[in-house]
Write a protein that binds this ligand. Sequence first.
Ligand code: FES
Ligand code: FE2
Length: 476
Amino acid sequence: MSMTDEPGLARSPGVTYQNLLDGDSRDVPAVLRLEHPRYLGSEDIDVGRYTSRAWHDQEVSHVWRKVWQYACRTDEIPELGDYLVYEIVRDSYIVMRTETGIKAYVNACLHRGRRLKDHDGRCSEIRCAFHGFAWTLDGDLHDIPGRWDFPHVDDAEFSLPEARVDEWAGFVFINPDPDAEPLADFLGEIVDQFAVWDLEKRYKQAHVAKVINANWKVTQEAFCEAYHVNATHPQIMAYLGDTNSQVDIWDNFARVITPSGTPSPLLEWEPTPDEMMRSMLDVRHDQEPPAALDDEADMRQVAAAGARQRWRKIAGDDWVDRMSDAELMDSIDYTVFPNFHPWGAFNRIVYRFRPNGDDHRSAIMECIFLAPYRGEKPPPCEVHWLTEDETFTDAPELGMLGKVFNQDLFNMAKVQLGLETTRKPGITLGNYQEAKVRWLHHKLGQWVDRGREAAVTFNAADAGNGSGDSSTAGTG
Ligand code: FES
Ligand SMILES: [Fe+2]
């Protein structure tokens, strides 16, 4: 689809992302040449989606219990019996490497319900700490202490219940819904779009997690558009084409591509290439940038050449020479519904946002770096949990990103506070630049409506037994 002035498809005046790609020093991969704008309406989004407990409960029933969700990387559980505890709202799963592949057991004992695993680890059987019921790694019951007292337990019916598991690009996904479509169907075209970047051949270089005092969507949406850059991160406007961003919406995934090495169209002055370079490298007042740039320099090519030089030793000639300028420097921020953000190309970022336990007013934000390597794959790093008092600059592994995240962090809890007190029933979104935020809500609405309809059908079929379904309460 080409650029158009139709509502919802009109872009910021000035250079487009596709124009910038024309100046690349390499051929850019076809995936960056795709354009898929989609107008999903201009209506306000109900504030209750961030503040209402009833809405949260709908998300639990109709989204978190039904959707494919990223649990971990395959190399985080490399050996037989390795497991990781994945938690989502009220649910907990043991994601485990078994003889027959990776499985995800519901983390609850079938005797009297104790959570089976409290932490990540490795085991040779799954034994409950309360009375000692035990299961094999494949989930079959294999021991009940004092077996004589349980003649009514049928071993065949005492296997651990499982969620579905599948993998893509080194990511392990789970789905609690036995009737869900296959992962590959759910992911759709994104699989082909990422083929050129092969995230499987990366190792987990950094993993930082923090509890944020805001609904998970407030937290996630702070990373779904570049429109906030002018007010939240003004220091990067000299080299970031915030409002030049290209927004593309497919079905279960969407992306915002924000170009680097080009100034914000919102600036009322024009930075020179040298000023862009200093800003990009975060050069202090008493430091010199690596080389003074003349006014004719093509900043995107210069910066990409610098990135190639830095990564050559780490990633190897083949890899570095193949990468276009765009892949080395732009923010290619994909989101897979509902909460998983693998960035395309070279930018190592993967984000995940989820509710903090069952609290709809706090969230867990995670930033993972998946880095290329040469030779033997380095082991994945541990999660670095920041405490309540720490900010992202307490995670030096994030580099300059820590400072930028802190600027985002400064808004999040205040957005939640504002949403709790506002008298306006809905939030208002820009048609183009904030289309990924709208897409998230569009998808959420679809999933919740579908789940509610299924519950109504189920209850109608089951009428007369008095088992009402509470899931119809709520705001939309
Ligand atoms: S609750 Fe697990 S063995 Fe009793
Ligand atoms: Fe930001």
